[in-house]
Write a protein that binds this ligand. Structure first.
Ligand code: ZN
Length: 149
């Protein structure tokens, strides 16, 4: 029994591995292009991120007006949900696009943190340059997501 049990579990592992490798899709079946169905499925998840791109114009206005209270409130309020939205959307992209999308989201939030810090310091130059960087990353992210509009 002492010897039998490890052998039994080894056999089980082998059988499971075999079953998994037979049933899992082969490398060739991992989609590498967006089908029209996939693009349609992505749209509801793309929408809040595209809306955030539009909302960035409001943020720009606050920064240009040096309205630091509204700048900070806006980053934590209306744009606060964006991180979650981008993470969800990233995971729905093709495998090859997921990592670049996640990296861009991470970058974007780094810029938001620096805008927030600049607003605290009332540093208009840094706030404006970080804003431009943030827009670049958000647009690059959106460019990874096919749109049907
Ligand atoms: Zn960046």
């Amino acid at each position: 029994m002492r010897l039998f049990r490890p052998i039994l579990s080894l056999v089980l592992i082998l059988v499971t591995t075999l079953l998994v490798s037979c049933s899992s899709p082969s490398q060739a079946k991992i989609p590498t292009v967006y089908t029209p169905e996939k693009i349609a499925q992505l749209q509801p998840f793309r929408e809040p991120v595209a809306t955030a791109r539009e909302q960035m114009e409001t943020l720009k206005g606050f920064i240009q007006a040096e309205n630091w209270t509204n700048t900070r409130t806006f980053i934590h309020g209306p744009l606060g949900q964006l991180r979650q939205d981008m993470n969800v959307l990233s995971r729905k992209l093709l495998v090859k696009d997921q990592k670049p999308a996640q990296d861009l989201a991470k970058e974007l939030f780094g810029h938001f943190e620096r805008i927030d810090a600049a607003a605290k310091d009332r540093n208009s130059v840094i706030a404006q340059s970080q804003y431009l960087e943030a827009v670049k990353d958000l647009e690059a992210f959106l460019n990874l997501v096919p749109s049907n509009s």
